[in-house]
Design a protein around this ligand. Structure first.
Ligand code: ADE
Length: 237
């Protein structure tokens, strides 16, 4: 999969992409991430990329020209059109389901804005969909783009080694292969590893019992109970 990012701050992406699963996915060619600096396409002599909003109001708005020219340059680098995504708090919510959908694409193009927002003609002119990673306002779309890259990349075939599993975990709808799964759409059950006792806190006996069917039932109950207490909205869904 190819992921393009149009951003004013490509350097922000370096560290998160240099570790762990994302690094491995990149190094092994599972994902190709191409960063392009929007500012390089500004035709303004001061390399301006934003301006004051028509009609007044606070903040600055990302201008059309640098974004359209940057987009044209990026789009031409591959025959694959890809899904064009603007990162904005006005977008549709990013969920595990949407991540799985994006992981099926051959290419996605993420456009990160800074300042107060984008000139509306960027969204309409590029026919971009808008995605938000949550109901809060970041100072720019870069962190949102990184969240999407990380979540999508680990779902790509070959991205996770044997020691990891994307299946049997919180929010995974395909855990165990369907609606009977332990965590389908809910929170994950509690996990433990060695030692059996740490500062008087003991691993639940059931997990040491070797009774796999009973362990599954216990995990299912724990998962349900956690979800009921912390995220009842997920059960309603
Ligand atoms: N840019 C600023 N806030 C954002 C958010 N919550 N999601 C996506 N992009 C953003």
């Amino acid at each position: 999969m190819r992921i393009d990012v149009l951003t004013l701050f490509p350097e922000m992406f370096e560290s998160p992409m240099s570790f762990s699963i994302l690094k491995r996915a990149k190094d092994s060619g599972v994902v190709e991430i191409v960063l392009t600096n929007i500012r390089d396409f500004s035709k303004d002599k001061h390399k301006k990329v934003d301006d004051r909003p028509y009609g007044g109001g606070p903040g600055m708005v990302m201008m059309c020209q640098p974004v359209f020219d940057c987009f044209k340059h990026v789009a031409e680098q591959s025959k694959e059109k890809g899904r064009i995504i603007l990162l904005t708090p006005q977008g549709k919510p990013f969920t595990q389901k949407l991540a799985a959908e994006l992981a099926n694409e051959k290419r996605i193009i993420l456009i990160s804005g800074h300042y107060e927002g984008f000139d509306e003609r960027i969204r309409t002119g590029l026919a971009a969909e808008q995605i938000s990673i949550g109901d809060y306002v970041l100072s720019g779309g870069e962190l949102a783009a990184m969240v999407i890259i990380d979540t999508v990349a680990r779902l790509l075939p070959g991205a996770l080694g044997d020691e990891y599993s994307a299946q049997d975990e919180t929010f995974s709808e395909s855990a165990g292969g369907g609606s009977t799964s332990l965590t389908a759409g809910g929170l994950e059950y509690p996990q433990y590893t060695r030692p059996e006792v740490f500062r008087d806190m003991k691993v639940p006996d059931i997990l040491l019992s070797g009774h796999h069917a009973e362990i599954e039932k216990w995990r299912h109950r724990q998962s349900l109970e956690r979800t009921r207490q912390i995220r009842p909205d997920l059960l309603k869904e």
